[in-house]
Design a protein around this ligand. Structure first.
Ligand code: XIL
Length: 347
């Protein structure tokens, strides 16, 4: 072969390698049919959001484009949790959170900071602290986190999952060492670090009226009475085909009557595997109710806990369950996606 032929072969090889690399990185997202969720949300006066994963946001263009197109608010799924941001005491790593914030700002999105004080996903060193040390560590963690993101993260889940299903205060390390006052302290510290940020208490499985939500209401009432700066309550809304509790609207309205904002913060609808077409239809109906109920209570935001079955904590952590999100693993819309669009449009 002469030199010229070699050059042609080399160029062809390069083209093939480049094409394969692009394909592996994920092509451009196929535009989803109809209006975007964020545009539909804007028309109804609510933010529509998703939890995002920093590594996927960075590495997968199709995922990144969908996040930017479809959502007006994002919540870092894990990157702002205590274990991720302060793995050893006083040594903060804001990098992964900062990357998500930068991407969100580029896409004109609001950011929900998640979460400051939670019993789970704590770095191991927190558990070994005595009362005075834990009080100091919590103070430093809140001050540094909220201070670092002041002006960029507009909403914080200050305290997450503080109540048990039975309606008691959860015996977290914070309750055991600091007593029930840790909740008020956390809110006061967050407010001092960024007086403009909206501060939420966020809860799982408190959608219906019952011991858990009653206790949450009592806690919030106590905070308000004591002049603690709390702005809202987040209902996570992790769901399945049992559907949304019929009294969710009435429940949420009890909190609004105290002067609080309400947001749905982590909605998804887990299915039993293997997923059938009938389940997908039923799932779409549950998503419709979630959207309609959110609109009924004039929620300020509706955030899904991920938007694709390919990147879902349900598939990853609940054995036998999956298929919880609006798009399938190949980023194609499921019936639930159209249902959410339609419900946002007022249908
Ligand atoms: C989950 C994440 O989605 C998982 O990736 C992680 O392994 C565990 O935490 N309630 C919350 C969220 O407030 O932070 C949890 O997120 C899901 C339940």
């Amino acid at each position: 072969m002469n030199g010229r032929r070699w050059a042609v072969v080399a160029v062809l090889l390069l083209v093939v390698v480049a094409a394969a690399t692009l394909a592996r990185q994920g092509r451009n997202a196929k535009p989803l049919p109809g209006q975007t969720l964020r545009a539909l949300g804007t028309q109804r006066g609510i933010l529509v959001g998703t939890a995002v994963r920093g590594d996927v946001l960075k590495g997968n263009r199709a995922y990144r484009q969908l996040v930017a197109q479809q959502f007006s608010t994002v919540t870092p799924e894990n990157e702002m949790k205590w274990y991720a941001t302060e793995p050893s005491r006083g040594k903060f790593d804001f990098g992964p959170g900062d990357a998500i914030v930068a991407a969100a700002q580029g896409a004109g999105q609001a950011i929900r900071g998640h979460t400051l004080v939670w019993y789970s996903q704590l770095p191991p060193w927190v558990d070994g602290l005595d009362r005075a040390d834990l009080a100091a560590a919590m103070r430093e963690h809140i001050q540094r986190m909220v201070g670092h993101y002041a002006g960029r993260v507009g909403v914080w889940d200050v305290v997450n999952e503080a109540i048990t299903d039975g309606g008691a205060l959860r015996r977290s390390v914070f309750l055991r060492r600091l007593g029930p006052g840790y909740i008020a302290t956390a809110f006061r510290l967050a407010h001092a670090a960024d007086p403009k940020a909206k501060l939420y208490i966020n809860e799982i499985g408190a959608e219906s009226i019952g011991p858990k939500s009653d206790r949450l209401l009592a806690v919030v009432r106590g905070l308000k009475a004591a002049g603690v700066p709390i702005d809202g309550v987040g209902f996570q809304m992790h769901s399945n085909l049992a559907g949304v509790p019929a009294d969710f609207v009435a429940n949420a309205q009890r909190f609004e009557a105290l002067g609080l904002d309400v947001a749905i913060t982590e909605a998804d609808v887990g299915l039993k595997l293997p997923v059938t077409p009938a389940q997908l239809t039923a799932q779409a109906a549950v998503y419709t109710t979630i959207v309609r109920d959110c609109l009924k209570v004039k929620c300020v935001a509706l955030t899904f806990w991920g938007f694709t079955d390919g990147r879902s904590w349900i598939s990853e952590t609940e054995p036998g369950m999956g298929g919880a999100d609006l798009l399938d693993a190949a980023l194609r819309p499921k019936p639930a996606f159209g249902a959410v669009q339609q419900a946002l449009a007022g249908g």
